[in-house]
Design a protein. Structure first.
Ligand code: PLP
Length: 390
């Protein structure tokens, strides 16, 4: 069989760190171990029924069996605009300021291809969601890490970035509520970001994947709520987490019209839009009852409390996340992140994601997800307790 060589762009792609972790976990499962997997970020609950029913009836509409409009169904873009108005009091033009995406991940990779040239710089949260790196690598651009440190509440310290690096930057990625640290942003932080973006002409891409998951009464802030945000950037919203629709692959880019136009232009060449039945069900999710979203956030908050209080109860000094469905846990001094994750897997059959997979500044931490029922979180704590580490 001929082996065709991959293009240079593909060769530049970073290693999929978490594919390696999944392989390791599968080997333990195949060996018959009862694994508690806190390593993943995959919502564990089903999509609410009214959304499923909407797709079922939409599937029967012959009009939806044809190609959908290239840039998405106008009714869905209007639903996104209505959702942003209702949830965040943000006004957007559905045609010029909303792009329909095949999930947030697609948009996060596409935006680098839209805005970056060879040698350009992208400011990147570290630790951060690894998919940001992929688009930057394919564009032959360079990453400039912004350390997210516990002492700064996991917000980047802009004073630590030189004027020169800001000048070279074309893009900045941000993500709050944050994966992996569970931190939330503040309005004043976004104000500082907008000021810098204006001063240095870079585009801000705020990944709002966990926009519905805030704890202790702290509602997550949309970047677009802050004055001037639309002048300098976009927000990426996904149906995956808010509505347990990760398998449906629906997301949106919202904000600066020139960036939305670029994303739409690229997508005109890559795809025709999503199946219109999925678009109709997504509109139903955005416009229908939001009781399921409230319940979802409460479920994650209860799980968060079970895990954090449990771990504190066995002597592990851990910080409670303010949002997202992740806990960012400092590992004992004698371990690296990877050693500790391996140790928990081998000795307790508990999977956590090693922090170094999210970047250099993730070293010293592991990420535990809350996509597991409360009784299994209790069991995970009990298993870790047996190891007598704390
Ligand atoms: C921070 C962050 N951004 C984006 C995504 C992508 O979500 P999706 O592609 O399902 O919309 C995820 C998924 O895990 C995520 O954690």
């Amino acid at each position: 069989m001929k082996q065709f060589e991959q293009s240079d762009a593909l060769k530049r792609l970073p290693e999929q760190f978490f594919a390696k972790l999944a392989g390791k976990v599968n080997r333990y499962k195949e060996a018959g171990h009862d694994i508690i997997n806190l390593g993943q970020g995959n919502p564990d609950q089903p999509t609410p029924e009214h959304i499923i029913h909407s797709l079922q009836s939409a599937a029967e509409k012959p009009a939806f069996h044809k190609y959908p409009p290239f840039r998405g169904e106008p009714f869905l873009k209007q639903a996104v605009a209505d959702f942003y108005k209702r949830e965040f009091d943000v006004t957007v033009d559905p045609e010029k300021e909303v792009a329909v995406l095949f999930g947030g991940k697609a948009g996060l990779v596409e935006v680098s291809q839209c805005l970056l040239n060879k040698g350009d710089k992208a400011l990147m949260p570290d630790p951060g969601y690894p998919d940001y790196w992929s688009g930057v690598a394919m564009a032959e651009a360079e990453m400039h890490p912004m350390a997210l440190l516990e002492e700064n509440d996991f917000l980047p310290d802009y004073n630590a970035i030189s004027e020169e690096d800001f000048e070279k930057a074309k893009l900045m990625f941000l993500n709050y509520p944050n994966n992996p640290t569970g931190a939330q942003a503040t309005e004043s932080f976004f104000e500082d970001t907008i000021k810098l973006a204006n001063q240095h002409d870079f585009c801000v891409v705020h990944d709002f994947a966990y926009g519905a998951i805030g704890f202790d009464g702290n509602r997550p802030i949309s970047f677009l709520e802050v004055e001037g945000a639309k002048d300098v950037g976009i927000e990426i919203y996904t149906m995956s987490k808010t509505f347990n629709m990760a398998g449906w692959r629906v997301g949106f880019a919202i904000g600066n019209p020139s960036v939305i136009e670029s994303i739409n232009l690229l997508q005109d060449h890559l795809y025709v839009s999503l199946f219109s039945g999925i678009q109709e069900a997504a509109a139903e999710a955005l416009l229908g009852s939001q009781k399921c979203v409230e319940e979802l956030a409460q479920t994650y908050e209860r799980r968060r409390s079970v895990l954090i209080e449990g771990l504190r109860g066995i002597g592990w000094d851990v910080k409670a996340p303010a949002g997202s469905f992740f806990s960012w846990l400092k590992v004992p001094d004698s371990f690296t992140s990877e050693e500790f994750a391996d140790y928990l897997l081998e000795e307790a059959k508990v999977v956590v994601a090693p922090g170094n997979g999210f970047g250099e500044y993730g070293e010293g931490y592991v990420r535990a997800g809350l996509n597991t029922p409360e009784d299994r979180l209790v069991e995970a704590v009990n298993r870790i307790k047996q190891l007598d580490l704390f």
